[in-house]
Write a protein that binds this ligand. Structure first.
Ligand SMILES: NC(=O)c1ccc[n+]([C@@H]2O[C@H](COP(=O)([O-])OP(=O)(O)OC[C@H]3O[C@@H](n4cnc5c(N)ncnc54)[C@H](OP(=O)(O)O)[C@@H]3O)[C@@H](O)[C@H]2O)c1
Length: 299
């Protein structure tokens, strides 16, 4: 397959790119940086998602497009950061679809990242792909972002939006940030610890992208493992995996003082299940947190 991929220099994209290159796909990366370090044979076009549509040459041969680009969410949410978080996704996806529209022969499939932030904070409610969106900044961003991606359906493109949960790998994302304090025995639950965390092993996420490339797996897929846990449970499992105590809870007030509105992400309760992926026959290699952490921390 010829696959165009945005956000390939990021935490998820780097891994996905390696796997897709190994599978023998022809890859074309769209990045803001010409100097991005790429595996052999991967082509590159410079594109800034916020500035306008990508060069058509980057998409002309593509049979599939994987869209991951977006300003990092895990930063202090100043007004400017919020604008970049929203515009890089909503305008960026609009620009990408506008370029697809201009091509006489366009990609058959678009896999577009979204996030479980779509659901907002929902207590103990079990959330499937059919659950309505929640409230709050991230929920609004995700709904608008997904709407832009879904617009490609009208062009005859099969679109799958992947609502990604907390991706686990020690080389990036949330786990990389958690490891230093937990390794020092300074970890602890966040807020009350009763909030649900829906996580996924990076290898399962990459496998789910490949699965959705190959078959119509659903317009929306919750990209999370089948067994979400509470933050207290996560804290216990991580400290057990590292054989360290985790007795320093971080109060919600402190999180809000440190992270501002971004604390919303850390304190949100999202009990999300991968109903559509499992109904389509996707098998998780790491369905349970203990097994996922044992695998990840062994590396
Ligand atoms: N990691 C997670 O746990 C998680 C959870 C839920 C959802 N997601 C979503 O999945 C996607 C990929 O996640 P990730 O963790 O791999 O992200 P990441 O490491 O932050 O990488 C995202 C990529 O997007 C591009 N980018 C960054 N800021 C940008 C901006 N202002 N405008 C345009 N492009 C920008 C960069 O590519 P270039 O520098 O090459 O242009 C970057 O490598 C994101 O949309 C994220 O929201 C991730």
């Amino acid at each position: 397959m010829n696959i165009a991929i945005t956000g390939a220099s990021g935490f998820i994209g780097r891994r996905l790119l390696k796997i897709l290159a190994k599978d023998g796909h022809k890859l074309h990366v769209l990045s803001r940086h010409a100097g991005t370090n790429l595996p052999n044979g991967v082509r590159l076009s410079v594109w800034d998602a916020m500035k306008g549509p990508p060069p058509l040459d980057a998409l002309r041969d593509a049979t599939a497009v994987i869209h991951l680009a977006g300003e990092p969410v895990a930063q202090r949410w100043t007004a400017d950061a919020k604008r970049r978080i929203r515009d890089s996704r909503v305008l960026g996806t609009r620009h990408l679809v506008a370029a697809l529209e201009q091509l006489p022969q366009r990609a058959e499939v678009l896999l577009s990242a979204s996030a479980i932030g779509y659901y907002g904070s929902r207590g103990d409610e079990i959330l499937t792909e059919d659950s309505p969106p929640g409230a709050g900044f991230l929920s609004e961003v995700c709904a608008a972002w997904e709407k832009e991606a879904a617009a490609a359906e009208a062009l005859g493109v099969r679109v799958t939006r992947l609502r990604v949960g907390m991706v686990l790998d020690p080389r990036g994302g949330a786990l990389q940030r958690m490891l230093p304090p937990f390794r020092l025995g300074l970890g602890g639950k966040l807020g009350s610890g009763s909030q649900w965390t829906s996580w996924i092993h990076l290898e399962d996420l990459a496998a789910l992208f490949r699965f959705a490339l190959d078959r119509p797996a659903g317009a929306v897929l919750n990209a999370v493992a089948p067994n979400p846990v509470t933050n207290s449970h996560f804290t216990r499992e991580l400290s057990a995996a590292l054989r360290r105590p985790a007795i320093f809870p971080v109060p919600a007030l402190a999180l809000r003082a440190i992270f501002g509105d971004m604390a919303e992400v850390l304190l949100a309760s999202q009990r999300v299940v991968p109903q559509a992926a499992q109904a389509a026959g996707f098998q998780f290699r790491f369905p349970q947190l203990a097994g996922a952490l044992a695998n990840l921390l062994r590396k």
